[in-house]
Design a protein around this ligand. Structure first.
Ligand SMILES: [Zn+2]
Ligand SMILES: [Zn+2]
Ligand SMILES: [Zn+2]
Length: 308
């Protein structure tokens, strides 16, 4: 015997004679009833916290209506953002909002097509190639934190004393962990080698240029110093002298105090600027340029001493 659908049964039971008085047909009305019944269905969402049983009706929350049951209210619920690694469930009940905020599972994309989690508390599981495993590990971590699960034994880590396990006690898992570390180290090594190469190239270009500039500037400086010309008489001469030689004492020895006998003191540049009516900003700029040149020569000299 073929069973009748609910709709067919309803159609049979309808008193068609009465319905004739209405401007609609029984088909239209029954369809409207079914549609309304379906549309009114709650769409329940679970809290993503493992073991949490709270549910929220997304349908009534979205439409701003009263939920079919008061405990399905969406008030105070939150949703995790897209940077989190949580799979399909993203809803958090008001009870667990604080906990999930403290343990926000930031998704990390790692080398060698692996994934990781950077938990808000600082915890981080070992990288995995299949991301849903991380979700489960994060849930376990949450339950360990709230005391529902005993904490896991420490992961053997060659870098952490006391966690190294004897060779005979290694399992496939502990070896996989070590192989992962080896894998990481190898890819880091390749990155570092590239970085070192880039640094060396930059160094090999910059150092000859700096040493060449040092030679040129020092030659120019000694040429000026031995010249019989009065470098204070002309304004441009005074500025060139200020940058290439310096009107101030440049003794940086901490034991040195400026004096009138064997040093130029720290007011020489200002004196000469005043004498020629050089504006303050140009004077300050000349002081800066002098510093750059003196500093470049100091640095170049250090490099020469190191590579000698
Ligand atoms: Zn919850
Ligand atoms: Zn955490
Ligand atoms: Zn001095």
């Amino acid at each position: 015997m073929i069973e009748k659908t609910a709709r067919e049964l309803l159609m049979e039971r309808l008193r068609v004679g009465d319905a004739r008085a209405w401007p609609t047909s029984p088909d239209t009305d029954i369809d409207a009833v079914i549609r309304e019944a379906l549309a009114g269905q709650p769409a329940l969402r679970n809290c993503l916290y493992p073991t949490c049983m709270r549910q929220m009706d997304a349908m009534s929350t979205m439409n701003g209506k009263k939920p079919p049951r008061p405990e399905w209210s969406g008030a105070g619920w939150a949703t995790l953002g897209s940077g989190a690694l949580v799979g399909a469930d993203r809803h958090i009940c008001p009870d667990h909002k604080g906990t999930i905020t403290a343990h926000y599972p930031r998704r990390l994309q790692l080398p060698n097509e692996r994934w990781g989690i950077d938990c808000g508390c600082g915890w981080s599981p070992s990288p995995q190639r299949y991301a849903p495993i991380l979700r489960a590990q994060w849930e376990q971590h949450l339950l360990e934190q709230d005391g529902s699960l005993p904490p896991a034994p420490p992961v053997p880590d060659p870098d952490v004393p006391g966690t190294r396990i004897p060779l005979a006690e290694h399992t496939a898992d502990t070896l996989a962990e070590l192989y992962d570390r080896l894998w990481d180290a190898e890819s880091e090594w390749a990155d570092l080698r590239d970085f070192a190469r880039t640094c060396l190239n930059a160094y090999n270009t910059a150092v000859p240029a700096l040493l060449g500039a040092k030679t040129a500037l020092e030659t120019l400086r000694s040429r000026i110093i031995v010249d019989s010309r009065d470098w204070t008489a002309d304004k441009l001469d005074a500025l060139l002298y200020a940058v290439l030689v310096g009107w101030n004492c440049e003794n940086t020895d901490p034991a040195h105090t400026h004096n009138d006998i064997d040093c130029a003191g720290d007011q020489g540049l200002w004196r000469i600027a005043k004498q020629h009516g050089i504006p303050t900003d140009q004077t300050i700029q000349a002081g800066h340029h002098r510093w750059w040149i003196a500093n470049a020569i100091t640095v170049a000299t250090k490099i020469e001493e190191q590579t000698r």
